[in-house]
Every structure is written in C-alpha cells, then in structure tokens.
Design a protein around this ligand. Structure first.
Ligand code: DQQ
Length: 648
C-alpha cells in the first residue's frame, strides 16, 4: 500500500493569502514526489477497479448507466411517485431508483455513516423532507427563509411552508410552520411562492396552491402582524385564489409566482412559469392591489422544446456596479436575468438579456445560450433557486435547493432529505459579459476556524499530494493553480471535443489535465471526490478550460448516484485558475473563477468520513506540472435549532 505521509502546511497562521514560498519546499517536493508515486498508483488502481461492487465494474467510468438495469435487463417501470402524479418535481433520483430494477439491493448503511451525512453549516430542518426555497426576505433585522416542507416524512408530499429566521443567514432558528394546507385552494399543497416588499414596508406573499383536484392556482397571503419582526403568523386572503390557469394553459402547468416589480406606470408585474406543448414559457400579469390581475398578451419569454418552466426568477443586474439591485430597478446600465427551473431535466438555467417594459418581453443577449439551452447556475445538483434583494446589505442573494442523490430508502432511514445551498451573492460578470458570478455570502467566513496554507506546491504529472489539514469534513478551501506556460505552448492540439460528462473523469490522462483536489478521500483513495480543471487544446491552438467534479468513486456504496459533473469555464488573459470549495459532510459546493462556473454535489462516503476523511492535490495530466497555492480553513458548525419558545 502507498505511503501516505502528508505534505505539511507551511503555516497555520491566518495571514493574508498567499504567503511567501518557504525554502524547505524543494526538499519536501522531492520526498513528496517519491511518496506520491506509490499513492498515485493506488489512485490509478482505484480508477480501474474503483469499487468492489459488481454493478460499477460493468461501467469503465464507474458511473451508473441509466438506460439499463445492472443486469442489462430491460427497465422495470414503477408506478408514478406522489410528486410526479401531482404534476410537480419529484425527488430527482426517484427516476434513477425506478431504473435500478427489482433486483437492486440497498447498501447496508449504518447509523454512524448516516449521522455523518448531516451537514454542519448548511440550512436544513431538524427532520423530514425539504425542497424549494420560498419567499426569502430581510425584515426588521431578521433574514426570513421559508421552504417547501413535508412535516410527516423524509419524502416529498403533504407540502407546507417551513419557516426559519437568522441574523446572518448562517445561524438559524426554526419557527412554527408559516402556512399549512388548510383551504380548498391549497388542500393538495402550499407550493412555491415569492415575497414582495411594498414601498410602505409591508409584505405580500404570492404562492401556488394545489387544489383538491390538483389544479394549480395562485394565492395571496400576508403577515398577521407587521410589527412582529419574526412574522410568525400568516393570513391567507379571504378571496383566494387570486389567479386560476388562463385559457390554453393546463391546470397542472401554472405555478410559482415571482417577486413583483414595478412598471414605470406604477403597476406591479409578476411572471409565472408554464408551458404550451413542449415550449417553456413565462406568463406575465400586472396588478395594482395583488388581488385583481390583468393578463398581458404573449409572454415574457418562451423557448421551444424546454418543457415546463418551474420557479421562474426575473431580476436586474448592474453592468458596472458590483452591488445588487432591487427587483424594480430598470434603466441604462441595467441587464435583466431570466432563470427557469426545467422540470424535464431538473436543472436551473439562466440567460442575460434586455427587458422591454412596454410590451413585457425580454430578449436574450445571446440566443444560442437562451434559457434552458445554455448556462446553468450550477452543474451539479441544484434546483428551484430563487433570489431576493437584500436591502440590508445592497446585494442580491441566491438560494437553491440541493436534493439527495442517495436512495429514498436511505433518506427514510436517516429521517431527512435535502439541504439548501449556502446563500450566494449573485452579480453580473462584467469581465465576460456573458456569465453571472455566484459567491458564498461573506457571513460564512465567520465560521472559519484555524487555517493552513500551502504555497507554490509543485504537483508533477501523475502525482497525488496529501495535504495535512486535520479534520477534513468541514472545510473552506481557496486554491489557485498555475500551469507551466512552456508546456502549455508545446502541447499539441487535442481534446477539442472534451466534456466532463463524457470523459473518464479524474482518471482521464490528458496532456493538460485533469488536476485539482481530491476531497473526502480516505488514505487508500478507495473513496475520493475529485474537483478539478481540465485544459483542452484545440487543433487551432486555442485553450478551453473545463471545471469538473467526478463523484464516480465518491463512495463504495452502490445505491447512490455516480456522475461526472461540470462544464467549461471562461479563463481570461492573466487570470490564474482558481477554485473555492466548501466541504460540509455530504455536500461539496465548488466555485471556479470567482463563481463563473459552480458545481454542487452530494456524496455519501462510507470510509472517508469523520477523522478518516482526508484532502489531496492531484495531477493526472501527462505533459504538464501545476503549481498550487492554497489556504484552507476548518469550519465551525452553525447554530441551527428551534427558536426558544419563551422568547417567541
Ligand atoms: N416544487 C413545488 C412547485 C415547484 C416545484 C412543489 C419545483 O411549486 O414547481 O413542491 O421543485
């Protein structure tokens, strides 16, 4: 077995990053080169024989082939899940589970493995199922977060609105349910909705109700007492529903109203997701009182063959300023973003474009990367996201639901399912002009404990470098990689058609990649979650950088999804390759190039957990050395607990 002596940090101080290279580095590198050869052999071994599991051995990538069952027999179809029957999104891997076939066997999860999966600084309820973020807002000193919640089980169903408050969006206090399914117009579920703060400071909430007959209608609710900063009690408007599906729209295709924005005429405008045949659309309504609505002809935007648009979001971004904008801001220097959650592929897509207020339409800047066919917020598991304008700190904040990619049986066993992403500030990337930048809110840095720095570590082709950081299950990692320029120039063009998904993942041997980090890896690298860059050089000599996350060897368990996630990431002249990774038990959130490309994955290791979870650098490229500089913080746990009832 490989010797796994760790590479020692050059500093444990909290000085600014990066610090000076130390003289011992050269010697350590030589030792390291030798040590890592053995370790890398284990890594490669892992890539070819990655698992003891016969099912995975059928697939050279170690990933699940979704089109046939393990035995290669035709799929066994299962009845519709409750969510699918209701006409809304279901747990993503229910589709995956349905394809495993009747012979699929659950991995023997034990309590210690399952307890480790619970996150330490991501928002989650104490138990049971959670999905979409709803109506986030800042009010009287508190951040409010509402969410789709099943109070009765760890699977989707019986949906009501959970509610929690926070001073900083990191530490949370759970409050009583904000809204339950107690009216004919939401008897089948209190579904997704959004908040609008009126000029006088009052709040209105619009949400979708699923009626007893599963018709999707829009309802109005407001706080019972605007003097209560905790907004504990909510009143549903007596005249609900305020909107029913319009002619031509199916009863089950009319949901998720947005935050309202003002027109120059002083009317409030909202958009609601829908579809006509296979064309995804965003319907538009104007209102002055949130009770009576005028449907605007046509739609804000429509994209053929994208299917049902869920959880549409629409907001302005400044082309020049880094701060966020209130949803009603419009005018010169402003672009507008349309985001929709594609029910067909369960991903959140956005596009940047121009809003034409007069006819209530929006046109993308680049039709070839329109909503649903171009850029995604996140290339891993991330859905039903929603932004809000945080008037407290003049920023726009993005929340997103991160589901599970284990089996439903494991969710039931552990008693909970889903987490929310770390809230992210979101802004226009004026350098590319095509992308948004997402970055964890600054407040997350209050959880940083001790840090370790590693400066100018050379990672030779075909090597793995252990990084000694102590406990490696709660981390905030900032890393920069420099690639040997001569080697970049000398490399002959190849891989022009590379994609993370179709590659061999982290075990690919390209001239210029992959290289990056292995998180949640055990010492033998039997389990490992690589987050990495891959540079492809076209025959024209142009470089195209990809950012990927390979979870095909993240667990030896065989009843979890195993994919290679990722996409290309623009790297501009003179930019180093940079990545930030938040590791929090079963969730890994990775941000490349300041948040231009983001990947979130859920992983369920069985060995690389607690003290056995380690961190490594790796370089699997054949022709290029990389130099890595890193600062890594151990992260504290957030306080997420019930609000003390006596103080309520
Ligand atoms: N989840 C809600 C719907 C929404 C879907 C139901 C998206 O309102 O369309 O729980 O995940």
């Amino acid at each position: 077995m490989a010797d796994t002596n760790p590479f020692l940090p050059v500093s444990t101080s909290d000085e600014s990053f990066p610090t000076q290279r130390r003289p011992i580095k050269q010697q350590l590198l030589i030792i390291f080169g030798l040590l890592s050869v053995g370790l890398f052999a284990a890594f490669l071994l892992g890539s070819s024989n990655g698992s003891d599991n016969a099912y995975l051995q059928e697939n050279e990538h170690g990933s699940l082939d979704m089109s046939t069952s393990a035995s290669g027999k035709p799929e066994i179809l299962r009845p519709l899940t409750p969510a699918a029957a209701a006409g809304v999104s279901e747990k993503k891997n229910m589709r995956f589970a349905a394809k495993l076939g009747a012979e699929s066997v659950a991995f023997p999860w034990n309590n210690s493995m399952l307890s480790w999966q619970r996150t330490a600084f991501h928002f989650q309820p104490e138990k049971n199922w959670m999905n979409d973020p709803n109506g986030p807002l800042f009010y009287k000193g508190w951040y409010h977060f509402f969410y789709q919640y099943n109070p009765n089980a760890a699977v989707w169903g019986d949906i009501v609105w959970g509610h929690a408050v926070s001073r900083d969006m990191i530490h949370w206090l759970h409050l009583p349910l904000a809204m339950v399914a107690d009216q004919w117009y939401d008897e089948n579920g209190v579904w997704t909705g959004s908040a609008t703060i009126l000029p006088d400071g009052k709040i209105v909430m619009l949400y979708t109700g699923s009626t007893k007959e599963a018709v999707q209608v829009q309802n109005l609710a407001y706080p019972a007492d605007h003097n209560d900063p905790l907004l504990i009690k909510w009143v549903k408007y007596s005249g609900n529903p305020v909107l029913v599906p319009p002619p031509g729209i199916d009863d089950k295709d009319f949901r998720d109203p947005t935050t309202a924005w003002l027109t120059s005429e002083g009317k409030w405008r909202i958009t609601i997701g829908s579809k006509i045949n296979k064309t995804g659309i965003a319907l538009v309504y104007d209102t002055t009182d949130f009770i009576n609505y005028e449907k605007i002809d046509g739609w804000l935007h429509a994209v053929p063959n994208t299917g049902m648009w869920e959880c549409v979001d629409f907001f302005p971004v400044s082309k020049t300023e880094g701060n966020g904008l209130d949803t009603s801001v419009n005018g010169p220097g402003i672009k507008h973003v349309v985001k929709a959650s594609m029910d067909d592929d369960r991903h959140d897509y956005y596009a940047i474009g121009t809003y034409y207020e007069k006819n209530a339409t929006w046109v993308p800047d680049h039709p070839e990367i329109d909503v649903g066919i171009g850029l995604r917020y996140d290339y891993g598991i991330y859905y039903a996201a929603k932004t809000f304008y945080d008037q407290n700190k003049s920023r726009r904040v993005l929340w997103g639901w991160i589901g599970e990619s284990d089996s439903e049986a494991a969710d039931v066993q552990k008693g909970w399912a889903s987490v929310q992403s770390i809230p992210r500030t979101i802004a226009f990337d004026y350098k590319t002009g095509t992308h948004l930048l997402q970055w964890p809110v600054k407040e997350i840095e209050s959880l940083r404990l001790t840090s370790n720095e590693f400066n100018q570590v050379t990672v030779l082709p075909g090597s793995v470098v252990p990084l000694e950081v102590g406990s490696a299950t709660q981390l905030d990692i900032m890393a920069e990689f420099e690639v040997d320029k001569d080697a970049l120039e000398k490399a002959t063009g190849s891989n022009a058609t590379f994609s993370c998904q179709t590659s061999n993942g982290a075990s690919e041997h390209g001239a210029l990649g992959p290289f990056g980090l292995l998180v949640l890896a055990d010492m033998r690298l039997r389990e490992q979650t690589p987050v990495y860059f891959y540079i492809a050089k076209g025959s024209d000599g142009n470089l195209n950088t990809f950012f990927c996350n390979d979870i095909t060897r993240s667990s030896v368990a065989y009843d979890v999804e195993k994919h290679i996630y990722g996409s290309s990431v623009p790297v501009l002249k003179d930019e180093k390759l940079s990545v930030r990774i938040l590791v929090d038990h079963s969730i890994v959130e990775s941000f490349a190039q300041g948040g231009r490309t983001v990947i979130t994955s859920r992983v369920y290791p069985t060995e690389a957990i607690y003290g056995a979870a380690k961190l490594f650098l790796f370089n699997n490229a054949t022709d290029v050395s990389v130099t890595a500089s890193l600062k890594i913080w151990e992260m504290n746990s957030a306080f997420i607990r019930p609000f003390p009832t006596d103080e309520m």
